[in-house]
Design a protein around this ligand. Structure first.
Ligand code: SF4
Length: 329
C-alpha cells in the first residue's frame, strides 16, 4: 500500500446545521482515509453524525447544513472545490452511494431499465444498447434472475430486497472506485439483510473498490469490515482495525457498545447483555471536552477540558483521557 492507494481522504470535516437555537454541530473534526480494496465501517447510534458524514462527502447535504473541511479528496481530486456539473460527474462516475431506503433514489415513475442506463449513457457516452447490456450484466451480477425482463419493471413491482439489489447495480453502473453504503440492509428482513451484506462484501472484494459502510450494528462491522471508526456525538471516538477494537476496545463508549452485543470469544453463553445508560447530549451551541462525559463511569474533571487522542495510524486510536492501561495517560 502507498499514498496512491488512498481513494477517499477526509481531513477535519465539520458539518454545522443552522437551527433556531443556534448551530447544531452534526459532524466535528472527522478525519479518515479509505484505501483501494478496503472497507471502513462508520458505526454509532442514530444521530451520531455518520449519515451526515456520508452526505457531506457526496455533496448531498441539506440546504441548512454547512460543510467545512481541511481536505476532502477522492482519488486525489479536491471535492471541496468541485461544484455543479463537476460534482455531478464525480457522483456519476467515480463515487456512488446506496441508501437505506432504495425508494429514496429510485424514481417510481420510470422503469428500472431507464434509471439504470440513464447515467451510463450520460457519463460514458454509451449507446442505448451498450447501456442495456451493461444493466443486464450488473443485474445478473447482483443476483437478479431474468435480468433482461426486469428492465421493463417499475420499482413498485419489485420486493424490498430486489429494489436494494437494483440500487446496488445502479451504483455500480459507471464503475465507481468509491462506494458509500448508508445502512443498506436496515430496512430489510433479517434473511435478506444477510444476503445484501454478503453481496456487497463479495462485490467489493471482486471489484477492488473502496467502501464506506455506515451502520449502527456492530454485528455487521464484524462480518464486513477490516477497519472501523466509532462515532459519538459527531466525532470519531475510536478507530482502527476491527480485530483490535473488538478484542481490546479502549474508549468507554466502544466498550459500552460492544457490551450490548454478543461477541464471539468475548461473551460467555447466556451472559446478560449491557446497555449504555443516559442519552446523547445536545449538539447545539458550544461543546467542550468529552461529549460522552455524562454517560461515562470513568469521567473526571479533566474530561471536561482537552481530551487527547492516543495511538497512531494504522493501529488503534482513541479520544479519551484514559491510556491503553485504562488509567489517565
Ligand atoms: Fe470517559 Fe473521560 Fe474518556 Fe470521555 S474522556 S470517555 S468522560 S474517561
Amino acid at each position: 500500500m502507498n499514498g496512491t492507494d488512498i481513494v477517499l481522504d477526509v481531513q477535519g470535516l465539520t458539518v454545522d446545521i443552522a437551527t433556531p437555537r443556534g448551530a447544531l454541530h452534526a459532524v466535528r473534526d472527522v478525519s479518515f482515509q479509505v484505501r483501494r480494496g478496503e472497507t471502513l465501517c462508520l458505526v454509532g447510534e442514530s444521530g451520531c453524525g455518520k449519515s451526515m458524514t456520508s452526505l457531506a462527502i457526496m455533496g448531498l447535504l441539506p440546504k441548512a447544513a454547512r460543510r467545512n473541511t481541511r481536505r476532502l479528496a477522492v482519488l486525489g481530486e479536491d471535492l471541496s472545490k468541485a461544484r455543479g456539473r463537476r460534482i455531478n460527474a464525480l457522483r456519476g462516475s467515480k463515487m456512488a452511494m446506496i441508501f437505506q431506503e432504495p425508494m429514496t433514489a429510485l424514481n417510481p415513475a420510470y422503469a428500472i431499465g431507464e434509471q439504470l442506463t440513464e447515467h451510463y449513457i450520460h457519463h460514458r457516452g454509451a449507446s442505448s444498447q451498450q447501456a442495456r447490456d451493461r444493466a443486464v450484466e450488473l443485474l445478473e451480477k447482483v443476483g437478479i434472475a431474468s435480468a433482461g425482463q426486469r428492465l421493463a419493471q417499475y420499482p413498485h413491482q419489485l420486493s424490498g430486497g430486489l429494489r436494494q439489489r437494483v440500487m446496488i447495480a445502479m451504483a455500480l453502473m459507471c464503475g465507481p472506485e468509491l462506494l458509500i453504503a448508508d445502512e443498506p440492509s436496515t430496512a430489510l428482513d433479517v434473511t435478506i439483510q444477510a444476503q445484501i451484506l454478503r453481496l456487497l462484501a463479495d462485490l467489493q472484494a471482486e471489484l477492488g473498490i473502496a467502501m464506506v459502510l455506515i451502520t449502527h450494528d456492530l454485528g455487521v462491522v464484524a462480518r464486513i469490515a477490516r477497519q472501523v471508526a466509532v462515532m459519538y456525538a459527531g466525532q470519531i471516538v475510536e478507530e482502527g482495525p476491527v480485530a483490535d477494537i473488538f478484542s481490546a476496545p479502549r474508549h468507554p463508549y466502544t466498550q459500552g457498545l460492544l457490551g450490548c452485543i454478543p461477541v464471539p470469544g468475548r461473551s460467555a453463553p447466556g451472559e446478560a447483555l449491557g446497555t449504555i445508560p443516559g442519552v446523547v447530549p445536545s449538539l447545539v451551541g458550544e461543546l467542550r471536552g468529552c461529549a460522552f462525559a455524562d454517560r461515562c463511569a470513568y469521567a473526571q474533571a479533566q474530561c471536561l477540558t482537552a481530551v487527547p487522542i492516543h495511538g497512531q495510524p494504522p493501529g488503534q486510536q482513541w479520544r479519551c483521557i484514559l491510556g491503553a492501561e485504562g488509567v489517565p495517560a
